[in-house]
Design a binder for this molecule. Structure first.
Ligand SMILES: [Zn+2]
Ligand SMILES: [Zn+2]
Length: 68
């Protein structure tokens, strides 16, 4: 079984969601400059708010040749 770096990550192999860059939230309609505060921004729909790349489930690598 082999693996290769996931190219769907924010940076290849880092396991972070490319949409929210691993933060798990997006600025959305908020006018606030900070998304660090809870309630600021919206949950990232791409990763469900966990900040993980959905292609590799945050592992940063993808198995290939395996059984799906
Ligand atoms: Zn990935
Ligand atoms: Zn995300």
């Amino acid at each position: 079984m082999s693996t290769h770096l996931c190219n769907e990550c924010d940076s290849p192999g880092d396991g972070n969601c490319p949409v929210c860059h691993g933060i798990g939230r997006l600025p959305g309609d908020s006018v606030s400059g900070s998304i660090d505060d809870l309630g600021g921004g919206i949950s990232c729909s791409a990763c469900g708010g966990n900040g993980e790349c959905q292609s590799c489930e945050g592992s940063g690598e993808i198995e290939f040749g395996g059984e799906g």
